[in-house]
Design a protein around this ligand. Structure first.
Ligand code: ATP
Ligand code: MG
Ligand code: ZN
Length: 564
């Protein structure tokens, strides 16, 4: 392609509205333009990147026997009503009515639709297993369409679905997807981890997310380098580092101590000169059925999502509610002599503690869990950097990450309500066992930029760059420069290499800046001066290293770099 003929509207300045690096760079380098919050126009370079990503995805899906189909983005409400998600899903779903006043929605995912199809079409165990997928537009009215291309309100998704006779079949297809996903993300040049994740609104039992590490990520993951344990912090298990116990708390007897106007763990621990480690934070939660106490160690934070998976929908009680329900002010509540149900963090199970005495102005000292109060024990604290791995006891690291894909075992969550059944060998009707697997191609592109950039611009991983090579003639009016440039261009193209040739009549400085900004992995710089020595320069965008090579060796040299 000729630069002069392409639409690559690069910008000199960083756009003010953009926060995430990928957003800034995709605007600046002329890949996208923003239409409205969470809505973007893909310009030619972005389409080239997305095409390459989609080719990789299609190749790897084909390799596991997945078959491509295409489902509408506009859905009738009835199917979503049958699974209950029409009402379960809130404002994230775009809903509308057709001219006949029928409720419709824009598909935010396609479990319902594909299960409807399977219910219509799959009859017998002989037709199983099946994997069907599509690369299709999804619509979600995201609460925070702030991260640019990482989270948009209309986006492409590769979503695939597996149908099996039993759990073993599902396990096999789940594993096939996990393997295919690894190959896809490797080929896209991402640094990523497969982590345990929360099935959330998809339902089902097992789920994994594929996470690209990046400070721009909205998720965080706990990773153990030693044993490979990796999990989204929404469910990551960790053992808070055992702190040296310095006091004589073993000998404390159970007693109320006066702590006037001292409410928070920080205040009371300061007042008593004891580390927060010796405290139980008691938090009143309003659950679906009843209020209950959540207990965590004073130096730990409660993870509400972890608690939710155990206790269902909940929220922290308001100050007035604490007074109403417990008859004592916030700051003085505790587990001893409280009739409420208690869910306590496992890190509290041993030791002797201080917590509220359920009496204004007092705390209770000498509390022994399991002796002075009973509770359900779970891991409900926020896993922190340096906590111990619950499997191997070495140190966990906590990293921000971008979710680039995920895989779910759905089981019969959709097949049952939509009556998607098959006949087994004995002619007995059984529900289809399903899995669901998603990848966001545009999010891959944005995550790749988040992981691969410098202050000059994007550094594309070679697998998904819009072009493999950019040829930069310093002066296209110089006949020898032009001749060599064009011969390189033709030669590379004939080998199936994607080449961009900057044939514009602009200063070399502008060409260099644009080339670094748009981020093509290799540059060939053709200048009159070097040509006098019969040489050209090959520059690696990633290392910024430039190597002078003889003209007739340049193509071979480049070929070995980009592995034709
Ligand atoms: N708003 C979005 N914009 C771009 N890509 C998205 C968006 N939401 C999801 N994706 C992509 O689609 C894939 C599958 O969608 P899924 O519904 O499982 O995501 P999700 O769990 O809602 O993601 P998130 O937690 O980031 O909202 C995600 O892994 C991600 O790559
Ligand atoms: Mg989401
Ligand atoms: Zn470990």
């Amino acid at each position: 392609m000729l630069f002069s003929k392409m639409f690559i509207p690069t910008l000199r300045e960083n756009p003010a509205e953009a926060e995430a690096v990928s957003h800034v760079l995709m605007l600046r380098a002329g890949y996208v333009r923003q239409l409205a919050a969470g809505l973007y126009i893909n310009l030619p370079l972005a389409i080239m990147v997305l095409d390459r990503i989609n080719v990789i995805i299609r190749e790897e899906m084909k390799a596991i026997g997945a078959q491509e189909i295409s489902m509408p983005a506009l859905h009738p409400a009835e199917i979503w009503q049958k699974t209950g998600r029409w009402t379960e899903i809130g404002d994230e779903m775009f809903r509308l009515k057709d001219r006949g006043e029928r409720d419709m929605c824009l598909g935010m995912t396609h479990e319902e639709i594909i299960t409807w199809l399977a219910a219509m079409e799959i009859r017998s165990y002989r037709e199983l297993p099946q994997i069907w997928y599509q690369i299709q537009t999804k619509f979600r009215d995201e609460a925070r369409p702030k991260s640019g291309i990482l989270r948009t309100r209309e986006f492409l998704m590769k979503d695939s679905y597996s149908f099996d006779r039993n759990e073993d079949g599902l396990e096999e297809n789940y594993q096939k997807h996990a393997d295919a996903y690894k190959r896809i993300f490797e080929r896209c040049g991402l640094k990523f981890y497969q982590v345990d994740s929360d099935p959330g609104m998809m339902g089902g039992a097992t789920a994994h997310e594929f996470m690209a590490l990046s400070p721009a990520g909205e998720d965080s993951v706990a990773l153990c380098e030693k044993c490979g344990y990796s999990a989204n912090t929404e469910l990551a298990l960790s053992v808070p580092i055992p702190q040296p116990r310095i006091s004589d708390e073993e000998n404390w007897k159970l007693e109320d101590i006066s702590t006037p106007e001292k409410r928070t763990v920080a205040e009371v621990s300061g007042f008593l000169g004891l580390s927060p480690l010796y405290f139980i934070k008691s938090l009143l939660m309003i659950g679906e059925k009843e209020p209950f106490l959540a207990l965590v160690r004073g130096d730990q934070e409660l993870h509400e999502k972890k608690l939710q998976r155990i206790a269902g929908e909940l929220r922290p009680a308001l100050k007035e509610e604490i007074k109403d329900i417990l008859g004592v002010e916030a700051g003085f509540i505790g587990p001893v002599d409280s009739k409420l149900k208690k869910i306590a963090d496992i890190s509290l199970r041993t030791g002797t503690y201080i917590s509220g005495a359920n009496k204004k102005g007092f705390h209770k000292k000498g509390i022994r869990p399991d002796v002075h109060f009973q509770a359900d024990w779970h891991d409900i604290h926020v896993a922190k950097q340096g906590d111990n791995c619950h499997k191997c006891s070495s140190s966990l690291s906590i990293e921000n990450a971008i979710e680039i894909g995920n895989i779910f075992k759905l089981g019969t969550k959709y097949s049952k309500p939509l009556n998607a059944v098959y006949l087994d060998e004995k002619g007995k009707e059984k529900p289809l066992i399903m899995g669901s697997y998603g990848i966001g191609p545009a999010r891959i592109a944005a995550a790749a930029i988040e992981q691969n950039n410098d202050r000059d611009g994007i550094i594309w991983p070679s697998g998904i760059a819009p072009f493999d090579v950019e040829i930069i003639p310093l002066d296209f009016n110089d006949t020898e420069v032009k001749r060599i440039t064009e011969s390189f261009y033709e030669n590379l193209k004939s080998q199936g290499i994607e080449v961009l040739m900057d044939d514009r009549d602009v200063r070399p400085g502008i060409k260099f800046k644009d080339a670094d900004l748009i981020g093509i992995p290799w540059q060939i710089i053709v200048g009159g001066k070097s040509l006098k020595e019969d040489k050209v320069e090959i520059k690696s965008r990633r290392t910024q290293n430039t190597e002078k090579v003889p003209v007739d060796e340049a193509i071979i040299k480049l070929g070995s770099n980009i592995k034709i």
